[in-house]
Design a protein around this ligand. Structure first.
Ligand SMILES: [Zn+2]
Length: 147
């Protein structure tokens, strides 16, 4: 079987795990890993963005939106990058507002920007992964929703 479509090489985090499926560096990806299917969602984009934050300094702090956009371009290509980056940024904003409390709702559109400027790299990593986890948890799986 020849592959007509080339997906980007999987990206490995500092835990030596694939950011798409969590497979260890020495193991193959899960068949449903985004790097296998070519279907990239906000969770993998946010984790891939974490690998790029250092490359997006913003005077003080970091340009988180820039890192997210760069990850979206690298993984999903230019055609899909804008929509995917917007969705990923929204996931992160929702997560940060959840962390910061109700008063942060008023600055919902600024939380990603402010977090990039004022948080330490370690905190940024925690929030990007936390947002990705939260997104995965909230994403409907094939099991029925019994709310
Ligand atoms: Zn993988």
């Amino acid at each position: 079987m020849s592959q007509d479509t080339t997906f980007p090489a999987r990206e490995i985090n500092d835990q030596d795990e694939c950011v798409g499926c969590g497979a260890h560096l020495s193991d193959p990806c899960h068949p449903l890993c985004p790097f296998e299917t070519g279907e990239f969602g906000p969770a993998v984009i946010l984790q891939a963005a974490n690998l790029r934050v250092r490359n997006h300094p913003a005077g003080i702090g970091y340009d988180l939106a820039g890192a997210i956009f760069a990850a979206a371009i690298d993984l999903a290509g230019r055609d899909q990058a804008q929509a995917l980056a917007d969705a990923s940024r929204a996931v992160l904003a929702d997560y940060l507002v959840g962390q910061w409390g109700p008063q942060a709702q008023a600055i919902h559109s600024q939380v990603v920007y402010r977090h990039g400027l004022f948080a330490q790299l370690a905190e940024i990593t925690v929030s990007l992964y936390g947002a990705a986890d939260q997104y995965d948890d909230n994403t409907p799986t094939p099991t029925p929703d019994d709310c």
